[in-house]
Design a protein around this ligand. Structure first.
Ligand SMILES: Nc1ncnc2c1ncn2[C@@H]1O[C@H](COP(=O)(O)OP(=O)(O)O)[C@@H](O)[C@H]1O
Ligand SMILES: [Mg+2]
Length: 325
């Protein structure tokens, strides 16, 4: 446990706080980090410091260097489009960093859960992710700046795909092939955690947070990850607008694919989505809200069929069932 006095001293050393009393207000959300809001003379900021181990599952390997990956991603994405990320203000000891706090911006997940579904916003999410992928595609410089393969394996490939593969002989061949393909493909800068809980709604435009899993890899992972969340929520809340949001996200993302054949990417994204959907019901990190056995079965049955007979992600979304037939 790191004393907050250390943080205050570091903020003063970085010139972000003066001699005044500094109050650290914990922000809700995280399992992998301490995140505080701090009022400073120049406005509110956020300080984020990775924990050596995730709070959810002790065996998840999560080196604190992921704080550095996050800062790098935030800076790189800001160079692509300054509207889609908070400004990083300073890097602090212990792989911590400070960024500007965005006031009055709800978390997208809370908006969706409250029934405020804006399909144009989902499209903006897709457009923005594609923008970062397009700007970083086939770039030796970006590839060298994100040598995070071990972390991506530990936080994404192992818990989501291999964990299920190891105990499910029917799905194993497809899931191992999917994992092999995912780790070997080096195409663009991937955020790695594009979940509605990591996106702020800033007057109808998305702001992306929490890029601790950033890696130079397969861009298909990002739309697949976010579509998975929307499809799970569509079953949970039985809300067709969440499926329409997923469709809008995919369509906008597709329009931004400039670096490869769009159909190839959409098929990879469909396979990844199917694998992620199964992982969210039977894997190591199940969706916490999908507790109803019937909901889990609806997701499981569709996802298993899709792993064995993959569909491009746009087709997968168009055919998604929220309820029993
Ligand atoms: N720059 C920011 N402006 C406003 N709120 C923020 C900012 N950064 C983080 N938050 C809030 O803190 C929460 C946790 O931040 P996040 O980076 O997602 O950390 P964790 O890794 O702990 O999930 C977010 O869901 C959001 O509510
Ligand atoms: Mg988060």
């Amino acid at each position: 446990m790191i004393a907050t006095a250390d943080i205050v001293r570091e903020l003063r050393a970085a010139g972000l706080a003066g001699r005044e009393d500094v109050v650290l207000e914990p922000l809700t959300g995280g399992v992998s980090c301490d995140v505080w809001k701090v009022d400073t003379p120049t406005g509110p900021i956020v300080v984020k410091r990775p924990l050596p181990q995730l709070r959810v599952a002790a065996e998840w390997l999560a080196p604190v260097e992921r704080g550095t990956s996050e800062v790098r991603w935030l800076r790189r994405a800001r160079a692509v489009d300054p509207a889609i990320v908070p400004e990083v203000l300073a890097e602090l000891p212990g792989h911590a960093f400070a960024m500007r706090f965005l006031p009055g911006c709800p978390v997208w997940k809370d908006e969706l859960t409250a029934g405020r579904v804006d399909i144009r916003f989902a499209a903006e999410v897709g457009r923005s992710i594609a923008e970062v992928h397009a700007a970083t595609a086939n770039s030796a410089h970006d590839r060298d700046a994100f040598p995070n393969d071990a972390m991506f394996r530990a936080l994404r490939v192992d818990p989501f795909f291999l964990h299920v593969a190891q105990k499910d002989t029917e799905l194993a061949p497809a899931l191992y092939a999917l994992a092999d393909d995912l780790v070997s493909r080096k195409v663009a800068l991937v955020h790695g955690d594009v979940s509605p809980k990591n996106i702020l709604v800033n007057a109808g435009a998305p702001v992306f947070l929490d890029a601790e899993c950033a890696v130079y890899g397969d861009p298909a992972f990002d739309p697949a990850f976010c579509v998975t969340h929307l499809l799970l929520k569509a079953v949970w809340l039985d809300d067709i607008r969440l499926v329409e949001s997923a469709a809008a996200l995919v369509a906008a993302y597709r329009a931004g694919i400039s670096w490869e054949v769009a159909d190839d990417l959409l098929l990879r994204a469909g396979k990844l989505t199917a694998g992620l959907l199964v992982a969210r019901v039977d894997g190591k990190s199940p969706a916490p809200y999908l507790t109803d056995a019937a909901h889990r079965r609806i997701v499981r049955d569709q996802a298993r069929a899709l792993i064995l007979a993959p569909q491009p992600v746009d087709v997968l979304v168009a055919n998604w069932k929220r309820t029993d037939p």
